[in-house]
Design a protein around this ligand. Structure first.
Ligand code: FAD
Ligand code: UDP
Length: 394
């Protein structure tokens, strides 16, 4: 077992728990300024949930924890990550299967025209949606927000069933922000994201992570759970902790609500299984939420005649599961606030990332938060001994 008396720990200026985008960005920044960093992850690989590997049977790059598409409007974040990878241009286009019919997502003019069985102009579509959305004026939850944006008929066709499967929670109890992740357009633009930069690492995510930590200043220990280290309450250096915040405090205020995802991989002896990278399944009676077909993320690669798909099944995360999506019900928010108060008392531990701050962060947001935390809190702490506190920006 890894011990604090190993040379790396004894020498470390900073310990980072979690080798996902948040932890690796902090580690890379610290190392670039000469600090010695130890990174730990309980998994047997770097990359956190963005980890991908090459399937040995087909040569196809598989995103182990579900499909990950990089997108951002931030030139700074794009430039930062570009130091570690070349890019392949890639714009996500998703389709939705509802009651035996195929529609483009996010909801756009083609979706609305197909749904109504006639060609509609942008103005006609807008007027139709406004009419069907009129019942909600002050949305207070996901269902009401969705209806206010797209009207009840589109909500019931594309959102209700999918959301029930994804969250197993009444959409009237879910926060409205979840649905605002999806754009609604009254033109034929069917890109899933609006962002200026949309791309995939040309050689895959894992080589990108490997390059981030390819320096003698960073020692990576895999397969090590922070809480299994006998002296983890008295670490020899400041700690950036990117695991679940409730676990850190031994669930003192109860468990925070998380969703996890089971991915069932299948290899098919066909060149093309579904004709697109991601197909969402809108109907509540189909148990999976979506199917990803990984070869379509890299059409420029010469993949062979077979294909690999992943069916995604969402469920509540138990104690042994990897938490993926914070549910953020009202009681979760109150609980998180209590944990955050405890976190403020930890003078040598900084909480960050999706799990450490109980936030629904995309990759660019995790990287952006880490860059900002490094500048505002961690570098001043390491360089000048400024106090280390969990802040909103963390
Ligand atoms: P993580 O990647 O979760 O890393 C945290 C790490 O900490 C993990 O590796 C974990 O093993 C480790 N850890 C936890 N506890 C301990 C412990 N006690 N000891 C040691 N190690 C520990 N973002 C996008 O931008 N685009 C997408 O298309 C996209 N798709 C997604 C699809 C799915 C299914 C999911 C779940 C997420 C998706 N995301 C996407 C979000 C993306 O995964 C996150 O933004 C990113 O992983 C956040 O990085 P992180 O470092 O905060 O957390
Ligand atoms: N959503 C939906 N139907 C879809 C896709 C998404 O109702 O076909 C809803 C669902 O509630 C989901 C939210 O929109 O949680 C955000 O979707 P996104 O694709 O951003 O979710 P991700 O899986 O990337 O977190």
């Amino acid at each position: 077992m890894t011990q604090f008396d190993s040379v790396e720990f004894a020498d470390a200026d900073l310990i980072v728990v979690g080798a996902g985008f948040y932890g690796m960005t902090i580690a890379e920044r610290a190392a670039s300024e000469g600090f010695k960093v130890v990174v730990l992850d309980k998994r047997d690989h770097i990359g956190g949930n963005a980890y991908s590997y090459v399937d040995s049977a087909t040569g196809i790059e598989i995103h182990k924890y579900g499909p990950h598409v990089f997108h951002t409007n931030s030139e700074q974040i794009f430039a930062y990550l570009s130091k570690f990878t070349e890019w392949t241009p890639y714009e996500q286009r998703t389709w939705s299967l509802s009651k035996g019919r195929i529609y483009p997502l996010p909801i756009n003019l083609a979706t609305i025209s197909l749904f109504n069985g006639r060609v509609m102009s942008p103005a006609e579509a807008r007027a139709w949606v406004a009419e069907t959305a009129r019942e909600i004026t002050e949305p207070r939850n996901l269902e009401e927000k969705a209806i206010s944006l797209i009207g009840r008929p589109l909500y019931e066709t594309f959102v209700k069933g999918y959301t029930l499967k994804q969250w197993q929670t009444d959409p009237r109890d879910l926060p409205a922000e979840i649905i605002t992740r999806l754009p609604v357009r009254f033109n034929y633009d069917n890109r899933y994201f609006n962002d200026v930069y949309q791309c995939l690492p040309r050689d895959g995510y894992t080589p990108l992570f490997a390059k981030m930590c390819a320096t003698r200043k960073i020692a990576v220990h895999l397969g090590v759970d922070w809480f299994d280290l006998p002296d983890h309450r008295e670490p020899p250096a400041p700690v950036v902790y990117t695991g679940p915040i409730d676990r850190y405090f031994e669930f003192r205020f109860g468990v925070l609500g998380w969703r996890t995802v089971d991915l069932e991989l299948e290899t098919h002896e066909v060149d093309d299984f579904q004709g697109c990278p991601v197909m969402n399944y809108a109907d509540a009676d189909i148990p999976w939420t979506r199917i990803s077909e990984f070869k379509h993320f890299h059409p420029q690669r010469a993949y062979g005649p077979r294909t690999v798909i992943a069916r995604e099944f969402s469920r509540f995360a138990g104690e042994k599961d990897d938490p993926y999506y914070p549910i953020n019900l009202v009681e979760d928010k109150a609980r998180y606030n209590s944990y955050r108060e405890l976190a403020r008392e930890e003078k040598t531990v900084f909480f960050g990332g999706r799990l450490g701050t109980y936030r629904y962060l995309d990759m660019h947001q995790a990287i952006g938060a880490a860059l900002s935390a490094w500048e505002k809190h961690l570098r001043p702490h390491l360089a000048n001994g400024a106090p280390l506190e969990l802040r909103e920006a963390g």
